[in-house]
Design a protein around this ligand. Structure first.
Ligand SMILES: CC(C)(COP(=O)(O)OP(=O)(O)OC[C@H]1O[C@@H](n2cnc3c(N)ncnc32)[C@H](O)[C@@H]1OP(=O)(O)O)[C@@H](O)C(=O)NCCC(=O)NCCS
Length: 183
């Protein structure tokens, strides 16, 4: 029985102050602004989700862009107080489910070469480093790995996904909010 419960729903304009606070804490001066997230919410190719605690406070968020049959994961962040409690993985699962719902076949993302925590999460779901973008991050000129999934409808991906989700649901109870439009 899971001992921690969260809710995941689409990000809304009213969440943006809390999202920006978490973003600033995680990324410092180079964080995305509230306006940048507000723009994302008006982009019909983008999907952003938030995770909420029992007091309906935002404790994490994640987003993607649909590009034909690919999903480009654009951001993921969990409030430092809630890290290592499966919130990041629950958000990641929500975006994979979004891909299944929208018949998106492939997931891709960029990640700093130094960000081993995030790479562990992506590798847990079978994503692989298939390239490097030199000096991709402007703040310190750090390289990015370009990671890709298998076709998520293939058995190879599904088996990993099913096993991980079974284990995840033992550890955290995830309520899924209604599909509310951002605006
Ligand atoms: C990366 C991040 C989103 C992970 O969120 P989280 O809620 O702490 O992660 P979870 O508890 O759901 O962990 C899921 C998996 O991620 C990996 N992981 C997360 N934290 C890790 C750590 N400190 N060390 C090693 N692996 C870690 C593991 O594979 C873990 O699976 P496991 O529990 O079976 O070991 C979080 O550390 C974060 O917000 N970091 C700052 C923002 C960032 O770096 N975003 C990524 C940009 S590409």
């Amino acid at each position: 029985m899971a001992d921690f419960k969260i809710k995941i729903r689409r990000m809304q304009k009213g969440d943006l102050d809390q999202v920006e606070r978490i973003e600033a804490e995680a990324y410092g001066p180079h964080h995305w602004s509230k306006e940048a997230f507000a723009n994302e919410l008006t982009n019909s190719y983008a999907r952003y989700y938030v995770a909420l605690n029992e007091n309906d406070e935002v404790i994490g968020y994640m987003g993607l862009w649909h590009v034909i049959d690919e999903a480009h994961f654009s951001t993921i962040c969990v409030s430092p107080d809630y890290r290592r409690r499966h919130v990041g993985e629950a958000l990641f699962k929500r975006l994979i489910d979004d891909c299944y719902e929208n018949l998106i076949k492939y997931i891709t993302l960029e990640v700093r070469v130094s960000n081993l925590k995030a790479q562990h999460l992506y590798k847990k779901y079978g994503l692989k480093n298939l390239g490097t973008r030199k000096g991709y991050y402007q703040d310190n000129n750090e390289d990015a790995y370009i990671m890709w999934s298998e076709n998520i409808f293939y058995d190879k991906f599904k088996q990993i996904y099913d096993k991980n989700v079974r284990e995840l649901e033992q550890k955290i109870e995830i309520e899924t909010g209604e599909e509310e439009k951002a605006y």
